[in-house]
Design a protein around this ligand. Structure first.
Ligand SMILES: *Cc1c(COP(=O)(O)O)cnc(C)c1O
Length: 378
């Protein structure tokens, strides 16, 4: 089965990992800092904290943004329903009340007007998702966040290497999270990172990743114990990304520009190959963004999405659906969230189909995908 996404591993990745395995460090060693600083070249210099997954990155981001730090009255988080459930689940795990704002019908990104309608003094954070690798409308979201006194977070699991109005993703929101799962543009097997602009929030993110441990005697409440002493001021978790995986990530980041370019080339080819297929809507692109495409999301009209999904899979083409509206998950249903709340996200979900997109997809494989889809719909 041709997958919808997969990693691209070469000899340089393998060598980088083997070199760490032969060395002194398996977990936190020099590759962690090296990976973080290489990542900072992609975030416009905004400092990064490497963690064990994109989900951990979101959990860390919410903690560093002050979600769930005591003031229950102002712990609302507004986000998109058209995302992987982790964007909302991690906020809920911090004790936040999650509000879902509807998306733009063409990009699938958070609609700033829908966010504005939900924002208030209770809003602690607004989390945009750069759906498919296309940056959200950050200037408009920033204006809403400013009025509400909220932190602006970008879930950039899809969009590493993208730019919004010539500003790299990672430098636009207050906190930006990345995922390095194998289907994403850069992989560390499992892994993630959070880019944090504010130095105090950056320190909070780094502490949360490491149990909340405070090691600097100058910051300790009771530094008199001795050199071994470390203390916890706020609870954290072990979200440390090991040296072995950071070495893989460092090696992968060196090919990010090539990955991005090949994905863009494949997207341009899909646009051409599929432009005349009846009943198909191709992904939109704003003039002021440079996407870094993770998905190629088409929409299948006429109520035929499920049929097309099944026929493509039967033909050995592993199409995917991204995503079921997050609040349709039973866990949210049980909390009282109801269908119909975000009609544009639900309409998008009803038609969405992600076609195979990854750097090693050959032109010939892509043509087979396009021909199979055309034959079904033609
Ligand atoms: C992949 C993904 C995540 C979670 O990342 P993991 O590394 O799988 O934990 C979160 N949000 C979005 C939008 C994603 O695509």
């Amino acid at each position: 089965m041709l997958p919808y996404g997969r990693q691209s591993i070469d000899e340089s990745d393998i060598e980088a990992v083997v070199e760490v395995l032969r060395g002194d460090w398996l977990t936190t060693g020099p590759a962690v800092a090296a990976f973080e600083s290489e990542l900072e070249r992609w975030t416009g210099g905004v400092p990064c904290v490497a963690v064990t997954s994109g989900t951990a990155a979101l959990h860390v981001a919410y903690a560093a943004a002050g979600v769930g730090n005591g003031d229950a009255a102002s712990d609302e988080v507004i986000t998109s329903p058209l995302t992987f459930v982790a964007t909302a689940a991690t906020a809920a795990l911090r004790g936040a009340r999650v509000l879902f704002a509807d998306v733009q019908p063409d990009t699938g990104n958070l609609d700033p007007e829908a966010v504005a309608a939900l924002a208030s003094w209770r809003t602690r954070a607004i989390t945009a998702v750069d759906y498919a690798g296309h940056p959200a409308d950050y200037d408009e979201l920033r204006a809403v966040a400013k009025r509400a006194g909220a932190v602006l977070i970008a879930d950039a699991a899809h969009s590493i290497g993208a730019a919004y109005k010539d500003r790299p993703v990672g430098s636009v929101a207050d906190l930006t999270t990345f995922s390095f799962f194998p289907t994403k543009t850069v992989t560390t097997a499992e892994g993630g990172a959070v880019a944090v602009k504010d130095p105090l929030r950056h320190a909070a993110a780094a502490r949360f990743r490491n149990h909340g441990l405070v090691r600097d005697p100058a910051e300790q409440r009771d530094p008199e114990h001795g050199g071994w002493h470390q203390e916890v001021h706020e609870f954290g978790l072990n979200y440390r990304l090991p040296d072995v995986l950071c070495a893989l990530g460092l090696s992968q980041l060196r090919r990010l520009e090539r990955f991005r370019a090949r994905r863009a080339e494949l997207v341009a080819r899909y646009h051409l190959l599929l432009r005349d297929v009846p009943g198909l809507t191709l992904p939109a692109e704003r003039a002021y963004v440079t996407p870094s495409w993770h998905l190629y999301p088409v929409r299948v009209g006429g109520g035929r999405r499920r049929e097309v999904y099944e026929r493509m899979r039967a033909a050995g083409i592993g199409v995917q659906v991204n995503y079921i509206p997050a609040y349709w998950h039973p866990v949210f249903e049980d909390l009282g969230y109801r269908r119909g709340m975000c009609p544009r996200a639900e309409a998008y979900y009803a038609e969405e189909l992600s076609l195979p997109l990854f750097p090693d997809l050959s032109d010939g494989q892509q043509e087979r995908v396009a021909e199979t889809l055309s034959a079904i719909l033609g």
